[in-house]
Design a protein around this ligand. Structure first.
Ligand code: NAD
Ligand code: MG
Length: 399
């Protein structure tokens, strides 16, 4: 059966890789909708190529420019605007698969809409699980949706968990112990700074921070990888995806990014998934829906790799990881607040308004001010998110 896919965040790094796979498998996938934020020229080219039914942008002016471009190119794709447009193409009846690849909490509502509509969700947007993990997984379960993890670490874990547990992406309700699992070990490259002189960390420029040694990714996640906030967000992501308890989750630095993560079983076995670091592997593993499909990824050459090494993450060097681990343990709205404050701080760092080491300071100060009430629905969480952004903005001017 041909899959009908909506690709949310189609102009980004994950969007590029997803579309590369759609091009390689034209008989398996048909594009129903694409979305982007401001890059209307890129979207126009993609609409000419893929002729989707809908394209979604976030702003009326951008929509106007795109509409004119589509008309001039005689393409009949309809332009939708804003979160409402994203939710519509995520939940449309025709759609079977949704790639959720928007960056940040901006991807939450559309991922929720896909879950409510019972879709198969290829989830790259880890922030959905960080902000609203419990609510999102409940929605997945209640509506018979499926979640296949795109994040390379979680995709690796998914591949080495027992099939009886993962059940093709259905929400996991059983406990890991019942399957003989002791723990999940996420690997982290450590980013570009894991060995840099700590005293010089405040001088790090955005240009240095986005230059990841092994992966080519969007700017926000690249900065998160450099601060290791990314690994913290991923521990929270794993907690919800795999129904893991915080103490079952750990992270290890593995600078070669060849082992993409591991599962430790009680008999002493440790199962890992390995490969060349290229996001097309986990995306293809998801898009194959149970079958292995060709991805264009270079085969892993062990002789070139030579060595696989490991180190413990230093929480003094990476305070963002420490803060995220604390938010994972305390639960409630802490991960939502952590994420929102981090989004503001990372954007300010990229605009050279604050230093690299200020990112953790801003996040920590926002967390210190949060109240401990727990949001029961998405609206309440979005209010918490907005509160955290406001406080983070205020703190920015003081660091
Ligand atoms: P990116 O910055 O390259 O692309 C982000 C996409 O989201 C773009 O299409 C952009 O137009 C859209 N977008 C940005 N702000 C938006 C907003 N406010 N409203 C609607 N759309 C908006 O990011 P990316 O690297 O492709 O990452 C996307 C997601 O996938 C992130 O959650 C990231 O953590 C996750 N992820 C990425 C990688 C990777 O290798 N790039 C790996 C694992 C997980
Ligand atoms: Mg990852």
């Amino acid at each position: 059966m041909k899959q009908i896919i909506s690709i949310l965040g189609a102009t980004g790094s994950i969007g590029d890789s997803t579309l590369d796979l759609v091009r390689r498998h034209p008989n398996q996938y048909e594009v129903f909708a694409l979305s982007g934020n401001t890059q209307w020229q890129k979207l126009l080219q993609l609409c000419i190529e893929f002729q989707p039914r809908y394209v979604v942008v976030m702003d009326g002016d951008v929509a106007l420019q795109l509409e004119q471009g589509l008309q001039a190119a005689s393409v009949t794709t309809e332009v939708l605007v804003g979160q409402e447009g994203l939710c519509a193409v995520a939940a449309a009846t025709e759609v079977t698969v949704v790639m959720a690849a928007i960056v940040g909490a901006a991807g939450l509502l559309s991922a929720m809409a896909a879950a409510k509509a019972g879709k198969t969700i290829l989830l790259a947007n880890k922030e959905t699980l960080v902000v609203a993990g419990a609510l999102f997984m409940d929605t997945v379960r209640e509506n018979g949706a499926r979640v296949l993890p795109v994040d390379s670490e979680h995709n690796a874990v998914y591949q080495v968990l027992p099939e009886a547990l993962t059940q093709q992406g259905q929400a996991i309700t059983q406990s890991l112990e019942d399957f003989g699992i002791q723990g999940i070990i996420l690997t982290a490259s450590g980013g570009p700074f894991w060995q840099r002189d700590i005293a010089s960390m405040s001088n790090i420029t955005p240009q240095e921070a986005v230059k990841h040694p092994n992966w080519s990714m969007g700017q926000k996640i690249s900065v998160d990888s450099a601060s290791m906030m990314n690994k913290g967000l991923e521990l929270i992501e794993a907690r919800w995806l795999f129904n893991a308890k915080p103490h079952q989750l750990s992270a290890v630095i593995h600078p070669q990014s060849v082992i993409h993560s591991m599962v430790r079983y009680q008999d002493g076995s440790v199962l890992a998934q390995l490969g060349t670091p290229d996001m097309r592997t986990p995306i293809a593993q998801c898009m194959g829906l149970g079958q292995r499909i060709e991805s264009g990824v270079k085969p892993l050459d062990f002789m070139t790799v030579g060595q696989l090494t490991f180190a413990e993450p230093d929480l003094n060097r990476f305070p963002c990881l420490r803060l995220a681990m604390a938010a994972l343990s305390s639960g409630g709205d802490a991960p939502c607040v952590l994420n929102a404050a981090n989004e503001i701080a990372v954007a300010a760092f990229l605009q050279q308004k604050i230093s690299f080491t200020d990112i953790a300071q801003v996040v920590e100060r926002v967390l210190e001010q949060m109240d401990i009430s727990i949001s029961g629905d998405v609206d309440a969480l979005l209010m918490k998110d907005a509160w955290a952004r406001r406080v983070a903005q205020e703190i920015l001017s003081t660091v």
